[in-house]
Design a binder for this molecule. Sequence first.
Ligand code: NA7
Length: 529
Amino acid sequence: MSLDFDAVIVGAGFGGLYMLQRLRGAGFKARVFEAGKGVGGTWYWNRYPGARCDVESVQYSYQFSPELQQEWEWTERYATQPELLRYANHVADRFDLRRDIVFETRVTEAAFDEAASAWQVATDKGEKVMTRFLITAMGCLSSPNTPKIPGLVDFKGPTYHTGNWPHEGVDFTGKTVGVIGTGSSAIQSIPIIARQATHLTVFQRTANYTVPAHNRPLDPAYLHEVKAHYPEMRKRAKTMISGIDFKVNIASAIETPEAERRRQYQERWDYGGLGFMASFSDLMLNDRSNRTAADFVRGKIREVVKDPETAERLAPKNIIGCKRLCVDTGYWETFNRPNVTLVDVSDQPIERITANGLRVRGRDYIFDCLVLATGFDAMTGALLNVDVRGRGGQSLRDKWRDGPKTYLGLTMTGFPNLFTITGPGSPSVLTNMLPSIEQHVEWIGDCLEYLRSRGATVIEASPAAEEAWGGEVGEAAGATLRSTCNSWYVGANIPGKPRVFMPYIGGFPAYIERCEAVVKAGYAGFALT
Ligand code: NA7
């Protein structure tokens, strides 16, 4: 069978778009399959009210094209979902990417044909294509999790999932609403739903930490300044563990006198955003240090929330930053509204969804609309929804039965010529996704060019390299507090999912260095044939 493409890319979010551009630039024939009707990936699906990036827009943007970087005008400190979607569309148009993207088409199967050294890819539209390389750009938070609460189908009103929101939008005016979940999607949408609805009931299983965004329109003078110094800012960001250009305080929280510690927290609280976790360098390493930050935030909740019982229920008990920290606009204040009720479901799971609401501890709560802000089967869910088969017909679902195994979060043994953009085992969700995506795209693009220059048609990670990398990912995770709590980082939100800390937490700079060293050593850890 002859090859249809050099590369098939799955997904037209920020990863897939740049991958296509990069491969085209190198003269490869590539095709993207995208399930949605348009580009944007995560930002195409997550249209819930208040959806917004928690990394500042001037940093959560591509840097591969200096022209693009200069011409695009971000309007707010944190871009809204519509603005991010406009950006993705602008990129697709500017680089004329759409002609190689097939929309409304889901890849359902991919099997490695050993004789042809190529992947046979099948879609839900019945199309079958042969490609030398298969590159997944399916997102880390793209497979919505609908919990198996009994009675979900009995609910008579509309049910919405934040990760798959109706494109025409939803107006809750005059409605009563129930929201399940208090993760980032809930924390962003609850203040807005509360302003529309006649009554909102929030069902909280685990109280969550959030810090104020202090979002604002971007001042043209500030934007001008950023653009004048973009390369330096991007360079600095690459030296940061998170890939975000923050001011990091290298001091230890616990060794800093209390007054100074509070001053540091307050300064970052007033500035707003994820940089709060950079107040001290040991917040994720030392339980006692972490508690100082957690206590500070809990104190803020008690200051804001007027009803002491509600404040106590909202105050998280666990480690701050263990689950991903949220960034909000008016979340705690929302619970002072007379039309908002908080229901704690931490000790008793939701018993069932009923025709008119839901039941907890034998008590019925009634509402017109149900919002599931219940997150995602993160990092592996989207890829495992595809029936991927490598050498000898081995299925990826079997290979990853006890948790994902990869080399560098980019490749896997037994699955030659398959690359995963921001796959498990790479820094991905622990970093600013855009630079992490770009680093992966460029590594893959360079790799394909290298193979072509050598006349090689197959690249595969060796079992030893994969195992060693798995060890490094696990070791790095074990050194921080992040692996100690139940979060989607460890798959704890999906019943039956193996508990493995999936992203690489050793930091963006260490990871970049590692990927570059592999290349310099002639693709160490890979077999090229
Ligand atoms: P998250 O952060 O996974 O949040 C999901 C929320 O839904 C969380 O509060 C869960 O409680 C709750 N949940 C899930 N299942 C249930 C059931 N069965 N009963 C009650 N509550 C439930 O997803 P998001 O979409 O908010 O955010 C994902 C990421 O996107 C976020 O981290 C940012 O990086 C952007 P739990 O905490 O598991 O007890």
